[in-house]
Design a protein around this ligand. Structure first.
Ligand SMILES: *Cc1c(COP(=O)(O)O)cnc(C)c1O
Length: 457
């Protein structure tokens, strides 16, 4: 597997260090075995998330200096507006401080108790924002997504037959809007095809349901369309993105992903009345509509980063970097979701630790072990994050897969870092039978993975 040379060189460095094993053990204990509670300085390689953790370019750092901190109508806002209109093409938009703020505002404007919001798979914050309004998020991804070995090129696709049946069963009046997440983060960073996006848009629109895209990784998704979908090889990623967003009535986006900024988000819509309501909600919770809870300089960094995230040389390097890590892990006998996704490698923790049952959190156990063994932080995407009591029966519903996500921050780590990750996981695999599960000592109701505490069994 070829590791592409980085299409940049390093001008600024940030030291990292591996603390001794006894200190890692003590840090784990103090953190209640929740890796979110560790100090960043105690981590050697941090693959917790690709959200806001990328390296900004010299152009982005230069753009920060141009930031206009006027309260209303800042130049920075208008520079961002030009980029957002050029790339996404929606009629109206507001900046937000991150993706979940956009989701919160959208849910506050549209979701009423008992209503359903379908998607391929909601990410954790989207899921929680719908639930927080007493709505019901529904995941209708194709069945192939639940089979980690299936090499389907667009495993993020939404099952159109399931969607139509769902709409027929629950009725348009109980579905305030429909969504799709590109790429499908919770399902392995898997892309959605343009063919599927068109069919999803048609299904929602035939029923009169507005269609929103969760666009956190839209550029990676569009790059996959260019590479994998017939008829798109000679289209630019930007052009593909325009085609994709033309299908939708709006989008929310965490700019901390494909806009390569440390903080920021976007909410775009075409409907004027909805936009009015969004602005009122934004003013209450985030800030005036021309800054949306961000500094002027953040808006400028976003305006530049949106274009850098679409750069095809960068995207080719990024997607190949992810594929390299996945391939080397597979060569070491560690199964990952196939094919490799865009922003991370999803280790099938359930298969690495088959002796740990779901209610003892196998993916959490593997995440803890990866830190203990090598100072590496990944994130559990399994029962800690997604097991929920069914609102009707109270029965625990477990997710289909127990995954350990190794998210790859943009433009941050190099080949030797990834080789070290592979060696560390290979060491754990060789003594996998010794690894034990965990139980909660504390867990909040929503988004419990962030603050839960555990005890080893
Ligand atoms: C990160 C993410 C969000 C939430 O965005 P934040 O900026 O973290 O609030 C929503 N959806 C998807 C698919 C994401 O990856």
């Amino acid at each position: 597997m070829h590791y592409p040379p980085e299409p940049f060189r390093i001008k600024v460095t940030e030291p990292i260090r591996l603390i001794p094993r006894e200190e890692r053990e003590a840090a784990l204990k103090a953190a209640g075995y929740n890796l979110f509670a560790l100090k960043a300085e105690d981590i050697f390689i941090d693959l917790l998330t690709d959200s806001g953790t990328g390296a900004m370019s010299h152009d982005q750092w230069a753009a920060l200096m141009r930031g206009d901190e006027s309260y209303a109508g800042a130049r920075s806002f208008h520079r961002l507006k030009a980029a957002v209109e050029d790339i996404f093409g929606f009629k109206y938009f507001v900046p937000t401080h991150q993706g979940r703020a956009a989701e919160n505002i959208l849910a506050a404007c549209l979701v009423k108790p008992g209503m359903y919001v379908p998607s391929n798979m909601h990410f954790d914050t989207t899921d929680a924002n719908v639930r927080a309004r007493r709505g019901r998020p529904v995941n209708l991804v194709i069945d192939e997504a639940a089979d980690p070995a299936n090499p389907h090129p667009f495993k993020g696709n939404l099952d159109i037959a399931k969607l139509k049946a769902f709409i027929a069963q629950h009725g348009r009046e109980n579905i305030p809007f429909g969504m799709i997440t590109v790429t499908n983060n919770a399902g392995g960073g898997q892309p959605v095809s343009m063919e599927n996006l068109k069919a999803v848009a048609d299904a929602y629109h035939e029923a009169g349901i507005p269609f929103f895209i969760d666009a956190a990784r839209y550029a990676e998704n569009c790059y996959f369309i260019q590479q994998r979908e017939p008829g798109y090889r000679h289209r630019s990623v930007k052009d593909i993105a325009r085609e994709m967003f033309a299908l939708a009535d709006g989008m929310c986006m965490s700019a901390k992903k494909d806009a390569i900024v440390n903080i920021g988000g976007l909410l775009c819509v075409n409907d004027e009345t909805l936009f009015q309501n969004i602005k009122n909600e934004l003013i209450l919770r985030e800030g005036f509509p021309t800054y949306g809870g961000l500094a002027g300089r953040d808006l400028d960094a976003m305006a530049v980063g949106l274009y850098e995230g679409l750069d095809e040389t960068y995207l080719a390097y990024r997607i190949a970097q992810t594929a390299y890590l996945a391939q080397r892990l597979n060569d070491a006998g560690i199964p990952t979701i196939q094919p490799a996704g865009g922003h991370g490698v999803y280790v099938n923790a359930g298969a690495v630790l088959p002796h740990i049952p779901q209610h003892e959190f196998p993916a959490q156990a593997l995440a803890v072990e990866l830190y203990r063994e090598g100072g590496i932080r990944g994130v559990e995407i399994g029962s800690v994050m997604f097991a929920h009591p069914d609102p009707d029966t109270g029965q625990m519903v477990y997710p289909k897969l127990e995954l350990l996500r190794l998210a790859i921050p943009r433009r941050t780590y190099t080949q030797s870092h990834f080789d070290y990750v592979v060696e560390t996981l290979a060491n754990i695999k060789s003594r996998a039978a010794e690894v034990r599960g965990y139980k909660f000592t504390y867990a909040p109701e929503l988004l419990r993975h962030f603050t839960a505490r555990f005890e080893p069994l």
